[in-house]
Design a protein around this ligand. Structure first.
Ligand code: HMH
Length: 234
């Protein structure tokens, strides 16, 4: 129908842009996850390379646990009748993870890290358990897609900050920052965000409240993960 795409029904509870309003509401914790001292130390070139190596080894373990979580979100999307394009975005995300695992192996060998002997740190174990809890069929697609967006955008905002004009990121860390800070990954995050917004706009108050709690949990886990990488977990 003519004009259908431009007509927007504004209900009593307009939730378009729910994620944006949550980020405003929870700005302090969001900044904690995206402007962490570990990230700021990469950006200003003072990063301790042993911290960077610790992060690399731990993140490889995290990403291996992240794959079944993303697969569970994909499975949920496939069961939703109305969101066939979501499935395609998520499938692209899965394909990128295949590349990412290969990249971790290459990067680890460059830094002399034996990935098979990395022992997961407490903060990582907790984060991976949290991811596993979200794979349950009882977790609604709306909640799961909000979590996935939050996990990805935390890295995107963090690493993009290390590539901005005026940053002094060491040459040997730029490729890592590019992995998550590049424009394509930024676009993927914006797709995830609009998928989450679209679902949240139709969600019950109860499901929306659960999604907000999950967003906060993700941000807390991200902060703990940076703390662990930096080696200061007080
Ligand atoms: C801890 N959060 C953590 N690791 C990652 N690789 C991402 C988010 C993004 O995929």
């Amino acid at each position: 129908m003519e004009g259908e795409k431009t007509t927007k029904v504004v209900g009593r509870f307009d939730r378009s842009g729910m994620t944006e309003s949550w980020l405003k509401k929870h700005r302090l914790i969001y900044n904690g996850a995206t402007r962490h001292p570990f990230i700021l130390s990469i950006r200003d070139g003072t990063v301790d390379l042993s911290s960077f190596k610790r992060w690399l080894g731990q993140d490889y373990i995290f990403v291996r646990a992240f794959v079944p979580f993303v697969a569970s979100v994909l499975l949920k999307a496939c069961k939703e009748l109305d969101d066939s394009s979501d499935m395609e975005v998520l499938l692209g995300g899965m394909a990128a993870l295949n590349d990412e695992i290969a990249w971790f192996k290459k990067e680890a060998s460059k830094w002399g890290i034996a990935l098979s002997s990395v022992v997961p740190d407490n903060a990582n174990v907790k984060y991976c358990r949290f991811l596993e809890s979200l794979t349950s069929p009882e977790v609604e697609y709306t909640v799961a897609i909000t979590a996935l967006w939050a996990i990805e955008v935390a890295y995107q905002e963090s690493f993009a900050h290390c590539l901005e004009d005026g940053s002094k990121t060491p040459e040997e860390l730029k490729e890592t920052c590019q992995r998550w800070g590049n424009e394509g990954f930024g676009q993927y995050c914006r797709s995830l965000q609009s998928m989450a917004n679209r679902r949240l706009a139709k969600a019950s108050d109860d499901v929306a409240a659960k999604a907000e709690v999950v967003l906060l949990s993700v941000l807390e886990h991200e902060i703990e993960f940076w703390n662990m990488s930096r080696g200061k977990t007080d």
